[in-house]
Design a protein around this ligand. Sequence first.
Ligand code: PLP
Length: 296
Amino acid sequence: MPNSVLLMLNQPSADAPPHLVGAPTFALVDPALPQVSALDLGVTRGDGVFETIGVGDGHPQALEHHLRRFARSAAALDLPTPDSDVWRTAILAAIAELGAVPESSVKTVLTRGVEGDGRPTGWVHASLGADYDSARVDGLRVVMLDRGYRHDVEQTSPWLLAGAKTLSYAINRSVLREAARRSADDVIFVSSDGFVLEGPTSTVVYRSGDRLLTPGTGLGILEGTTQSSIFQWAESLGLGTGFERATPETLRQADAAWLVSSVRLAAPVRELDGMPFPVDHALSAGMNAHLLGLRE
Ligand code: PLP
């Protein structure tokens, strides 16, 4: 069984010409060999978008939700619209090639391509999952860091692309190094005017009494597919759910909090800004069992 599978798409968008007229939809290539030009704008400028999709026993989770978000991110960057049928076919083919394993993930990438060429580059990479047991069970030490933008940046300055899943994730990685310098594992971004936003690769969910809450959209943050699955599950159990703006103080007063995302799933916060934070082990276990059991 391969450790990872890479498919290069011939025509990632119906709005732009194919790379090779008449070629198949995608080519299975060796992930260990170079496949993308050093002149590709995705490489030289991070000018592109991506999605990471969790896969359980060969079933991609929330696939249509991810495909819609992929198209929304592409639209925010004025990229050619990804052809959902082509991407869905390639994603399912990559998963089938990898084989049914309990946990894996698929990354889809669409870049603007080589400057002046007019053909976007697209690929699908499926790989085996890492071991997230410690994050899911024991939890994370989290620090809150200023993102440097106001909460309304999406409305005032859409060109900053807040809320789009772009390839420019250098900041989303640098904050993890800052977290490590502060003896923490992960980060919650706070807007410059004092509202809780999101993690660098996750959505913030917290429990207040018998309600699960999240800061919600319109704050220049990504609309989370995992948060959406968790809310549906919580509602089926009779828990309340809601989108509410929160300040760091609201979060500090919460009964429990999680950073949730497609591959690591629900990771409880066990320490916030160096202070012990309550972990709801039963709800964490329930969330993760539900997410692991999802088949679509
Ligand atoms: N926010 C950001 C910035 C992310 O990068 C991610 C996922 O990578 C999320 C939130 C969570 O989204 P999802 O639950 O769809 O994985």
